[in-house]
Design a protein. Sequence first.
Length: 661
Amino acid sequence: MCLYSVKISQAIKDTVCSIVKLRYNFDLQSWIPSTTFQHIIGKTTTEQVEMEGSSKLHEEPTTVSKTAPSPQEGHGHAHHLKWGEVVTSGFAPPSAGEDDDSDLDDPCHSTKDGAERRRKMTRDRSREQVDAEARRLHSQRRYLFRKPRPLQYFRGNVLVRSNEERGSGRLELFFDLVFVGIIAVLAQSAVREPTGASFVRYLLTYTAAYTIWNWMREMFDSFYKDDFSQRVLVVFVMACLTLYGNNAIHAQEMLSEGSGRAVAVAAYLLAELGLFSTWLLYSFYIKAYRVQIRAHALVWICTSAIWIGSIFVDVRAAIAMVTVALVVEWNAWQFCYSPSFKRLFKLRYSSAIAIEHEIDRFSDFYTIVLGEFCYSLFDGNPTGPGFHEAAGRAILCLLIAWAFQLFYMNGGSSKKITHPLRHGMHRALLFFNLHLPIVSALTLCGDAMADLIHESAVKSGVRWIACESYAVGMLGLWCLATLEVERDAPGELWFPKWARLTPRLVSSIVAALLPLTRQKLEEEVEDTAEAVLVAIKRAAAEGAEGVLTNAEGSEPQVGFGHGPDITTTKLLGILTALSLFTLLWETITSLDGPNAPDESASDDLLERAKTVSGYKHALRTPAWRGFPRLAEPGSGTFDHSHQRSHPSSIAPTAVAPTATT
């Protein structure tokens, strides 16, 4: 019956296509799927669907998978699903008709009549197939200039990308090196003069530099092709950033006082001009990003006028104008590449991101920021020769940086998560936005550590910068970890996620309050006469408080400025203790809990392990006994076997026969 159904549907299809071709001179058979007429007659049987699916799989290896793809399909590897479920496809589109249903359900698709819509889809599919084949043919060839192509994009609701997992490239890491110097210079200028004006200048100049880094990250994430043009673009932007970093610390100067602000703004705009010009050129080749790129470039033209105007006004007006320009640029970027923009313009082809590459890039920049802590250990030789109190402070600073690195690496300490970039737009935006306050705060904290290492007593402003930036960084890492959607079963880990992360929040609050404590200033111990007067004044105040305390019968209270003396060493010790306690708490509470799945080796292997001393218990996961197991079973069993074989087990060496005459 199924065979008759197939033959009848094929005959009807050939007849209708012939009539249409004779009447309207249009090849209907090229774009109507073979199953259309079968559904007119009757429902296709399961055997028929399987037969057609297998034939299509052999014809086109990039078939879209709507569930977890099997390895035979050639895509949908582990890195695609590592951060959450997603429908993926290769660059070559599926054959006609395979994705029609998903396209009909796509709310972003324009409302056209069926014939025109199918004609457009056929044309787009042909272009994608040709471009995918050209991409494959030329991928291993060397050219001075390569055609711009997207590394990933959305076709409807399907993520189109390659099978390979992408990480940070060498050219990207080289580009990051210029930010090692920029962030150090900007932070040093703020710590050297710990005033409100210096802090505002630091925030604005750091945000502008970070914006350039973000644009370049987008360039490499979506269009990296490693040809001569992109290499020239990288060195051009780095040259602009070199000028920017050396002039941004003088941004408060008026144009009549110096050219620092003018050169910084000009260098910033030149770097953006190179990037946006390249994007605009790419938009003529890449339709999946065309509308987003051009809308973003239009906003940049408007903000450039604001940047240019900030050169000729006073400091307060310049601060307002630069703030507006940065906010507009940042939010325009987020909106132009958001699902809301896609729905507004009814885009079937739209931009996408490579999550594993994005995570690597943010992790790279975070590591550069923590390098500011390590740079503080050696800048100006703060410890000097020998092992003394300053050397101890340097080690405490190193422990703080180590803890912050592990906080970022561990995230929420969950086993299975859905990454914020995969979960939804709101969490993705928070993930992007939280990195700016985190890295800017930790950069400032790392540079302030240099003064804390070098001096036993520092300015009050430096203490405030060190503690408050530590608090902001810890709070930002707490927020970043809460964005992850935990997919572990209840009880699979010892403590729930909120309990594991609570010490981060507590540590940030304690660190924020530390500058309220009192420290002995150097002037108080250098001038003996002044020190005596201060001691008499303090004793008189404490005596008056003691009289009031005895009269009221209550505990003595500490007055303003009479808190405990927290020296620089004690301050660093408290911050280090908070960091290490938080890290140790998260590490232990994220061990296996009572509901962790039990696993065991096969019975045959367990039986054979009886002959090997100490290995049988290592072939089972430990049972829950009210507390997680700290060490892996079998960790105390040493391998006493010999690396070299026993002489008796070595086969005798064959002697080569001698040549005989």
